[in-house]
Design a protein around this ligand. Structure first.
Ligand code: SF4
Length: 98
């Protein structure tokens, strides 16, 4: 259930446009993912962000589902809150890719 204190989502049109842009970038670069550590750090930053929509786990700035967006190496936080990525071990990346 949505809390009254949660930020509003962007319009459906904006969410589709934002997600499409992120998806095209991700596919164009060969679907690279961040490491598990960076993924966890990104999600932690999001969960502390005033723009985070807890009920749907979406970003209130772009409307994207953070479960996916935070995993994509090509994604950026709209407010530039995510720290720079650390490109470490292949093992981490393989674990994230399944
Ligand atoms: S992507 Fe950025 S703006 Fe959106 S919830 Fe996460 S930290 Fe906040």
């Amino acid at each position: 259930m949505k809390s009254k204190e949660e930020p509003e989502l962007p319009s459906l049109f904006k969410m589709i446009r934002n997600f499409s842009k992120e998806m095209v970038k991700y596919i164009k670069e060969g679907t690279p993912n961040v490491t598990i550590k960076d993924y966890a750090i990104r999600l932690d930053v999001c969960q502390k962000c005033p723009s985070y929509i807890k009920s749907s786990a979406r970003c209130g700035e772009c409307g994207c589902l953070l479960e996916h967006k935070a995993k994509w190496q090509t994604s950026e936080c709209p407010l530039k809150k995510w720290p720079p990525q650390k490109f470490d071990t292949k093992e981490d990346i393989d674990m994230l890719n399944g």
